[in-house]
Design a protein. Structure first.
Length: 149
């Protein structure tokens, strides 16, 4: 018998694989919905880390900046809003609609080294960019060495 180190998360991997499969099936089903009004959409997101800031780019074609909200709650950045159905779509006879309409919400856990007070966002050509500045290293270090007597 081989002795191995106990890993409490090893069984969770298989469980997570099942959920990932279920989520991918649900995502593919939601992308093929036929209704213009009922289908919510989840915009594509790119995240990257720069030297002085984290950047989140959210693809929101056809969404006005007035219909987007960016906020931070409990160190979680939330980007939400609505892509509204164009009125003329309801009057036309469409044979296939691949555009998604509805509400969306994407959440991002923020690391400890961010300057929440100076987060800013800009929407240009259907892409929302959220810039999350990093705090200086000295402001992040919360480690205090305790002398042993």
């Amino acid at each position: 018998m081989l002795v191995t180190r106990y890993n409490p998360y090893s069984q969770m991997r298989e469980f997570r694989k099942g959920f990932d499969l279920l989520n991918s099936m649900l995502d593919s089903m939601s992308q093929t919905k036929g209704s213009l009004i009922e289908s919510d959409f989840s915009p594509a997101v790119n995240t990257r880390e720069g030297e002085f800031a984290y950047h989140i780019e959210v693809d929101l074609p056809g969404v006005k900046k007035e219909d987007i909200e960016v906020k931070v709650e409990d160190n979680v950045l939330i980007v939400s809003g609505e892509r509204k159905v164009k009125e003329e779509l309801k009057e036309e006879n469409y044979y296939k609609v691949e555009s998604s309409f509805g509400t969306f919400s994407r959440s991002f856990s923020l690391p400890e080294d961010v300057d929440i007070e100076n987060i800013h966002a800009e929407s240009v050509d259907g892409v929302l960019e959220v810039v999350i500045p990093k705090l200086e290293k000295a402001a992040v270090d919360k480690v205090k060495k305790v002398e042993i007597k």
